[in-house]
Design a protein around this ligand. Structure first.
Ligand code: HEM
Length: 494
């Protein structure tokens, strides 16, 4: 058959048949290309085909953990899953993770994978700006979280925690997650957003934060601007919060009164290498405060809760933490400052171990701007192509038995000498990420959680009424499902 008669024959076909045939050809081509790309096992990572175009999307949307588990068993530490038109390569465990954490942003970018946050934080900050601007904005944040500033935040943590728990009765039943969420937004308001908000606008800000938070759902990661009611409420809340922050900033600028909080540091910050060295503007300050509130709120309340659930269901660790409080109280009385908190190794390791078992961020992501190679613990080398979404999972990596012995067991002493299981291979412990974009709030979080648990250990005893809760993997930040704990007010004798 010549070309002309082929064209004539095609013209005679109905449009629907032509479209179906064209789709079939494109699908076939995609399958062939994917299969071919699998033929270089020494180079590209193994690809799990799934259904063409949809790829691993269905499995992925049932939760990334079962998918990772299945793929890890099948392919090992590195594998690729097609998700619609994108490809996601998973790097499991410390051997294949250094590039992910150490590479510069021009090689492993955050913008493409985290820009779903833009409608939450607002324009002009964090993932809405290029990397040079972002790194300066994060410098401002780092200034507000350096040791000298943290020292001034600790009395506020203590005061807020004592005031909050003083409202509990002599005994009762609580859901720790709920209690810590309420308390942590109070301490964050005070140390980060500022005295004015804590004292006069707290309820309003907490409600707006709730709407903003509710507007970030798994679907928002793929379609952040989908015209839904929860996105509409998110946008309204963001603008209302911005207006509140701007009012407070104006008041501060006019009065000339300086406070010891992150808001003040952000007001006083100036760019160095971009924007002609100008000062931060009100809108940027509001956006950064919102981003920081987001970074610390759920992560800290979740970690405080798991610390409680795990200590209480492994009673010897709860008792060890009580004993440590007794020792500290004998040495320092009621004083609870940064140095005292830093001396609490037992409590520290309880928090660290709770965070190992249940990290609130199930996946950290980057976007490969150029190919890079990784070598597995078994010595296999793969080249991850450019334009892949690349993911590391603290949750999954923390449960690898060749990294953490008996990973399903709660053993805070795995971090103490002589075990120190997090030390031999860098990036074994990912509770706070690591490398170039490791958590800037790690010390803030430890001080805050230690203050809360010190106040609790000194004033209450607890009993779990339910088994250790399961984690809810359907939310953006992985949280414990509801769990009842009984408390009894009881002063700890030193
Ligand atoms: C227990 C509480 C917390 C946990 C588990 C946690 C966890 C993490 C993790 C895993 C990352 C790395 C993300 C990535 O590599 O993509 C991160 C980044 C970050 N965290 Fe935290 N975080 C906590 C508390 C906080 C707090 C309280 C603040 C601020 C006051 C904060 C501010 C940040 C910032 C600004 C970054 C981004 C750093 C960068 O991209 O360079 N975090 N956090």
């Amino acid at each position: 058959m010549d070309v002309a008669s082929l064209a004539e024959g095609l013209q005679a076909l109905p449009l629907s048949t032509l479209l179906a045939a064209a789709t079939a050809v494109v699908l076939l081509a995609a399958v062939v290309m994917r299969v071919l790309s699998n033929n270089f096992p020494g180079k590209a990572p193994p690809v799990e085909e799934g259904i063409p175009f949809i790829g691993g999307l269905i499995k992925f949307s049932n939760g990334p953990l079962p998918l990772m588990c299945e793929m890890y068993k099948k392919h090992g530490e590195v594998f690729t899953i097609p998700l619609l038109h994108k490809r996601m390569t998973f790097l499991v465990g410390p051997h294949v993770s250094p590039h992910f954490f150490n590479a510069t942003d021009d090689k492993m970018s955050q913008t493409e994978v985290y820009n779903f946050n833009v409608p939450t934080f607002g324009r002009g900050v964090v993932y809405d700006v290029d990397q040079r601007v972002r790194s300066e904005q994060f410098r401002f944040v780092a200034d507000a979280l350096r040791t000298t500033k943290l020292r001034t935040y600790v009395p506020a943590f203590k005061q807020e925690a004592e005031a909050y728990f003083s409202k509990w009765g002599d005994e009762g039943v609580v859901d720790l997650m709920q209690a810590f969420s309420d308390l942590i937004i109070l301490t964050a308001s005070r140390t980060l957003l500022g005295r004015e908000i804590r004292e006069t606008m707290f309820k309003e800000v907490a409600d707006l934060y709730h709407d903003l938070d509710d507007g970030m759902r798994p679907i928002s990661v793929i379609f952040p601007y989908l015209p839904t009611e929860f996105h509409r409420r998110r946008d309204a809340a963001r603008e209302a919060l911005r207006a509140i922050f701007q009012k407070v900033i104006k008041g501060r600028r006019e009065s000339g009164v300086k406070e010891d909080d992150m808001l003040q540091v952000l007001i006083d910050s100036r760019y160095r290498n971009v924007y002609g060295g100008r000062a931060t503007n009100d809108s940027e300050i509001a956006g950064l405060l919102t981003a920081i509130l987001f970074a610390g709120q759920h992560t800290s309340s979740v970690t405080s809760s798991w610390t409680g659930y795990r200590m209480l269901s492994n009673r010897k660790w709860f008792e060890a933490a009580q004993e440590e409080q007794r020792r500290v109280m004998r040495q320092h009385g009621d004083t609870l400052d940064m140095d005292v908190l830093n001396s609490m190794d037992v409590l520290h390791r309880n928090i660290q171990e709770a965070l190992r078992m249940e990290p609130p961020l199930v996946m950290l992501m980057r976007y490969s701007k150029e190919p890079f190679s990784v070598t597995t613990s078994e010595g296999k080398t793969y080249v991850v192509p450019k334009n892949h979404i690349v993911a590391c999972s603290p949750t999954f990596s923390h449960r690898l038995p060749h990294v953490f012995k008996e990973p399903e067991q709660y053993q805070p002493d795995r971090f103490a000498p002589p075990r120190e299981e997090d030390k031999p291979i860098p990036f074994s412990y990912l509770g706070f990420g690591g490398g170039r974009h490791g958590c800037m709030g790690q010390n803030f979080a430890y001080l805050q959680i230690k203050t809360i648990w010190s106040v609790l250990l000194r004033n209450f005893d607890f009993e779990m009424l339910d088994p250790v809760p399961e984690a809810d993997y359907t939310s953006m930040v992985i949280m414990p499902k509801p769990c009842r704990v009984r408390y009894i007010r009881k002063k700890l004798a030193a």
